[in-house]
Design a protein around this ligand. Structure first.
Ligand code: C2E
Ligand code: CA
Ligand code: CA
Length: 405
């Protein structure tokens, strides 16, 4: 557990009470040094020693999950040094975690408490009806149900070939040629119709299914580019930009997986840009750096997606092996409203260019925006002004049309 998640360092002398039975639990502790004993007061008033815990173990974890009274007293039997995890800290982590994990962890805890009560170690005052109600409430939380439902259907969609990849052209502002494309996943549900990746990608990320989906998108996109290239009427080599999530780049075999897949195709690694959002880099800088360096060494290009929205420190730009900056749509959208915002975009372009990066502006919807970006030295543009993401065949038709213009 990283140190900054642990708020306090506590010292207890031998004999001191750390946790008192019946109190509301507001902290859990990791024992760094020393030993403790766990004492339970029974209904008849007898105190039973139910065990001891030492270095590296955790105490008080039950209370911070559900805020119920402590079920035992814990005393230091040697001088102890403890790391505290507060209830608030834990609560915010739990809140930001997958709803299924939230639900299952609370269900396990209520069952465990139930078991303790049945075993007659603890007072049986609450009754089982309350536990049942609690479990029902937990399972009924709307986001739990919705998230499980989408995850299950997405699994079917992957198995049944209901997913597709669309391609959005990226235009070189200097040559006015199609320099490449971004691959974007599409899901058409048999009953519900089009479901936005903005809805199901976060679910796939939380459930872990994103790893399988990313693999699928990667293979499909490379095959797509192979076919598109076959129909190309000019000889400029196009790149393909593919989105990856934090879960993907945290997989130890990430680079090897990409290499395996690309070796089955005629696409070059240099043609392949891996898009990672700025947020991912901020969340896990050290592991991201390692993975991205391995990708870069293997020959892949790295693009930072949604640049400018993650509030990262600028030092990130030289910390990571970045080839391309994709300026987020929100900057482009506001550019022609205010001169100041245009200057901001110009500064981002200059910054990236000074660091030898390629710049792609996203979300270009107007001719004015494209003209302004060209003037500011932006390399590439992507957006509805040129084309929406489209199926492979439509892309080929668009490309033929574009090349003869
Ligand atoms: P993104 O990576 O920032 O992708 C760009 C999004 O902007 C796409 O939305 C695209 O259709 C949209 N867009 C492009 N040009 C314009 C424009 O001129 N105006 C406006 N308003 N929008 C424009 P889409 O396809 O709905 O994807 C949404 C997000 O879902 C993507 O944002 C990306 O974060 C995620 N996503 C999509 N496909 C994949 C995928 O295969 N894997 C992963 N991990 N994420 C994906
Ligand atoms: Ca993207
Ligand atoms: Ca983006």
């Amino acid at each position: 557990m990283p140190m900054d998640n642990i708020k306090h360092n506590k010292i207890y002398k031998a004999g001191e009470t750390i946790i008192k039975q019946g109190d509301i639990g507001d902290s859990a502790y990791i024992i760094e040094e020393g030993r403790v004993e766990i004492l339970v007061k029974k209904q008849n008033g007898d105190i039973e020693n139910v065990g001891t815990r030492g270095e590296g173990t955790i105490i008080g974890e039950m209370g911070i999950v559900d805020g119920s009274p402590r079920t035992a007293t814990i005393k230091a039997i040697e001088d102890c040094r403890l790391l505290e995890i507060t209830h608030d800290d834990f609560g915010s982590r739990l809140e930001s975690s997958d709803p299924v994990i939230q639900m299952i962890s609370q269900v396990i805890l209520t069952r465990y408490r139930d078991l303790l009560k049945r075993s007659k170690i603890l007072d049986n005052t609450d009754g089982f009806a309350q536990i049942e109600l609690l479990e029902k409430n937990l399972a009924a939380q709307a986001n739990v149900v919705e998230s499980v439902r989408i995850a299950n259907e997405l699994k079917d969609a992957l198995a049944n070939d209901d997913l597709d990849v669309h391609y959005q052209p990226i235009i070189n502002l200097e040559t006015n040629k199609i320099s490449g494309m971004e691959a974007l996943i599409r899901w058409t549900h048999k009953d519900l119709g089009f479901i936005s990746p903005g809805v199901f990608i976060p679910v796939a990320e939380k459930s872990g299914m994103i790893i399988e989906i990313s693999k699928w998108v990667f293979r499909k996109s490379l095959l797509g580019l192979e076919n598109i290239q076959k129909h190309s009427t000019n000889d400029n080599e196009m790149f393909i930009s593919i989105n990856f999530s934090s879960r993907d780049i945290a997989t130890p075999q990430f680079v090897n997986g990409l290499l395996d897949t690309i070796s089955d195709t005629s696409i070059k690694k240099e043609q392949t840009k891996l898009e990672i959002t700025e947020r991912v880099l901020i969340q896990q800088p050290d592991s991201a750096k390692k993975t991205l360096e391995a990708c870069k060494d293997a020959g892949f290009k790295i693009a930072i997606d949604d640049f400018g929205t993650g509030y990262s420190s600028l030092s990130y730009l030289y910390y990571f092996p970045i080839d391309t900056l994709k300026i987020d749509q929100s900057f482009i959208r506001s550019m022609n409203k205010e001169d100041k915002r245009k200057k901001l975009v110009k500064s981002i372009i200059d910054l990236g260019k000074n660091l030898n990066m390629d710049i792609i502006a996203e979300g270009v919807e107007e001719k004015d925006e494209a003209d302004a970006l060209r003037e500011m030295g932006c390399d590439h543009v992507q957006g509805f002004y040129f084309a929406k993401p489209m199926p492979e065949d439509d892309f080929i038709a668009f490309m033929k049309d574009w090349d003869t213009k």
